[in-house]
Design a protein around this ligand. Structure first.
Ligand SMILES: [Cu+2]
Length: 647
């Protein structure tokens, strides 16, 4: 912090913190008895009253290094790619500064970029026969990068849409969505994870598939049948081809899936499961003492698909394989292995050494460590029970949700009810589970503000985990920022985890609402600064520029070059269907133009050498100024053309 800034802060502005444990020590027990989440929220209200009583634990700690200060002109060390929850977007945040670098519209409409407005983006999102968008809402939860050799290759990001069961792919060179696929016959598509090696071809050491878990049971197909018979409903696990984005296959399973993880050897996709009871009400979903982490044997599933031994559901042609328990009793031929874990688990995460999956308990105060070599052993018929693959089940705190890792064998689990991150050592937890009660596995705990969901560490989902930073995505902020009305900002809190003790570096606001993210070293990301005219088959050149009429269809081909649009007057007739294609001929980095048409709901940008188009009905006679919305030049305000609609 600069000296000037420091002087502006009075004592009142000093960070404060609240010790949640006093309150939660009694409520959490009740929470475990059945209604954990709602009690956690009650805790927030009580705490708001007590929020003026500060203690030091929430104060920003100036670590010896990685203190989170990035001075003007300096660049961040990492990119944080964050899913934006029910905003439907993905965000790019600098680490450690917390600066928002970009918002990537995905399933939402964004008038800044013109996403959901241009013909090109509408075609990616999906349209009805009349050209309108099929959906205008989205709910992104998990964003993950494509892999090569067990670490990010900087090629793609994948993100889910829970509300309409879609998977989007983002090109990391332009940070724009290039494909969206809707999964058939599923609802509540939640967890995703790309594979890290090909499950079948050993030589392919990069991402070829994306695995997708489903939360909700539905009738299969969901066409009005079985409405009053939820016992007949089912959930499917889906595999999407990373290159074509087509759904390769689906596997029907028991239970509801939460998060998804993949093994570094490429052999397994896994999903934590709640409601292995297959119940349709809250009590029923929490009745069993154990739920499961389901492992899918991808190679065996794909062999059946290849041999044509599958069914299909409804109108979908996607092969469906039966992965339910009843059909998979013999481990040697089983497609799925249901490893029992603590009640209603939430996250599942792979340790960077490739040995273990760690499931977080949510309604159980434990994490469950599963040894992948033992899962292999079970599938080979050499392990008596699925549960024998569990090598540790440490008690770590209340409401465990997600686990991140450093490069020293430590795990960092978010505790929703305790409002903490707990740091624990995986090998020590395993030793303790084996009987060495002197092995003390808890290393550190730190309060977060407040109620964390996901946490993730720098490069922590890769074999290059470096143990520098941990981000906690928190659901509540209350007293952390200036009040801005009933809707509070959420918080992303950044911790320096390079030492034995975790140290809070900074709080960043987040627009609702922070979900999962990844923190990627900056050298992995290689972006383009300018497009190539030839990237766009519909590019406008001086040769094809102009207005072309075919019946009542008018095609306007226009060029933008600061400070002018190439056609000063465009005249059409009421009732014409107008397509406006705009190519930005400026080649200078950062010289983006906008194109807005008042009263016609047209608003989009064209980056240097980029082409976009819009199609609309000229149904309102009058004169309309097409103007540039994106500041481009000293004569930016003068950059406009007359769009005239004759009555
Ligand atoms: Cu301009």
């Amino acid at each position: 912090m600069s000296r000037e800034k420091k002087n502006l802060l009075s004592d009142q502005d000093a960070p404060s913190s609240v010790n949640r444990r006093g309150f939660l020590s009694h409520s959490a027990l009740l929470g475990l008895a059945g209604a954990g989440i709602s009690l956690g929220l009650t805790g927030c209200k009580d705490e708001a009253k007590a929020a003026t009583a500060g203690s030091a634990s929430g104060a920003v700690t100036k670590g010896s290094h990685a203190g989170g200060e990035i001075m003007p002109g300096q660049l961040d060390e990492y990119y944080h790619f964050a899913s934006g929850g029910h905003s439907g977007e993905v965000r790019i945040i600098g680490v450690p500064s917390g600066r928002t670098l970009r918002r990537i519209p995905v399933f939402n409409i964004d008038p800044m970029a013109g996403w959901g407005i241009t013909n090109e983006s509408k075609a990616i999102i999906g349209t009805n026969p009349d050209g309108s968008l099929k959906y205008i809402t989205g709910d992104t939860h998990h964003v993950h990068g494509s892999y090569k050799d067990g670490t990010y290759d900087g090629r793609w990001l994948f993100v889910n849409d829970k509300i309409h069961s879609r998977l989007a792919r983002i090109r990391m060179d332009t940070m724009e969505v290039d494909k969206i696929t809707q999964l058939p016959n599923v609802m509540g598509f939640h967890g995703i994870f790309p594979d890290k090696r090909d499950p079948v071809d050993e030589k392919t050491n990069y991402t070829t598939r994306v695995f997708c878990g489903t939360e909700f049971h539905t009738p299969l197909p969901n066409d009005g049948r079985d409405l009053d018979e939820p016992s007949k409903w089912g959930a499917l696990f889906s595999c999407v081809d990373a290159e074509t984005m087509e759904v390769r296959w689906q596997c029907r399973i028991d239970g509801n899936m939460e998060l998804v993880a993949t093994s570094y050897d490429g052999k397994f996709a896994a999903a934590t499961q709640y409601n292995t009871e297959n119940a349709a009400d809250l009590g029923g979903m929490m009745s069993a003492e154990h739920d499961a982490c389901i492992f899918l044997h991808v190679e065996r599933i794909e062999k059946l698909v290849k041999e044509g031994k599958f069914t299909t559901i409804g109108k979908s042609k996607v092969p469906v394989i039966d992965g339910r328990r009843a059909a998979n009793k013999d481990p040697k031929t089983a497609l799925t292995c249901y490893v029992p874990v603590g009640k209603n688990p939430h996250g599942v995460n792979a340790t960077p050494d490739g040995k273990y999956f760690v499931c977080a308990g949510k309604l159980s105060p434990t994490a469950t460590v599963i040894d992948l070599s033992l899962v292999h052993k079970w599938f080979a018929g050499n392990l008596p029970k699925e549960r024998d693959a569990v090598v540790a089940e440490p008690e770590i705190g209340l409401g465990p949700l997600h686990t991140a890792f450093d490069n020293k064998g430590n795990a960092y689990t978010s505790l929703f009810l305790d409002s903490q991150v707990v740091k624990w050592n995986v090998e020590k937890a395993i030793a303790n589970f084996k009987g060495d009660k002197s092995a003390s596995f808890i290393v550190d705990r730190i309060d977060v503000h407040y109620q964390p969901g996901h946490n993730f560490s720098s490069m922590g989902e890769t074999k290059e985990a470096d143990g520098k930073y941990l981000n906690s995505g928190n659901k509540f902020s209350k007293d952390r920022f200036l009040p801005v009305g009933p809707l509070h900002p959420e918080t992303e809190q950044l911790f320096n985890i390079s030492g034995e003790k975790m140290a809070l570096i900074s709080d960043h606001t987040a627009y609702a609402e922070p979900h999962d993210g990844i923190i990627v070293r900056r050298d992995v990301v290689k972006t383009r600064q300018i497009y190539n005219l030839d990237d766009f088959p519909n590019k406008v050149t001086p040769e094809n520029m102009g207005v072309e009429r075919k019946g009542n269809k008018v095609h306007v081909r226009m060029i933008s070059q600061a400070p002018m649009f190439s056609i000063p007057i465009i005249k059409v007739k009421k009732g014409d269907e107008v397509t406006l294609t705009l190519t930005n001929h400026d080649k200078v980095e950062d010289l983006t133009h906008g194109c807005a048409i008042p009263n016609y709901n047209i608003n989009f940008i064209v980056n240097p050498q980029e082409t976009k188009s819009v199609t609309f009905k000229a149904d309102k006679p009058g004169a309309y100024w097409i103007y540039c919305t994106h500041f481009c030049h000293a004569l930016h305000l003068e950059m406009r053309s007359r769009f005239l609609v004759e009555a």
